[in-house]
Design a protein around this ligand. Structure first.
Ligand SMILES: [Zn+2]
Length: 76
């Protein structure tokens, strides 16, 4: 099975569009405070905050960090 050039372009674009959602631990740490604040609102999360949520699904270190921060926030 062969792809047409238009299909390949579509695939390349889809890949480029999903990449901004994948952040590394440094970027995650830069956004986590905003994420915790955003979570306390009832508004839906914007894509930058959704990326924070996505990262903790794949990174156990940051998930532990988030849990600790949330506990601290709730108790404080
Ligand atoms: Zn991480």
């Amino acid at each position: 099975m062969k792809y047409t050039i238009d299909q390949l372009r579509g695939l390349a674009r889809a890949t480029a569009e999903t990449r901004p959602d994948e952040i590394d631990c440094d970027e995650w740490l830069a956004r986590v405070a905003a994420y915790i604040e955003a979570r306390s609102d009832e508004a839906p999360l914007d894509p930058e905050m959704a990326a924070v949520e996505q990262h903790v699904k794949v990174c156990p270190d940051c998930r532990a960090e988030l849990e600790a921060l949330m506990r601290a926030t709730e108790e404080g």
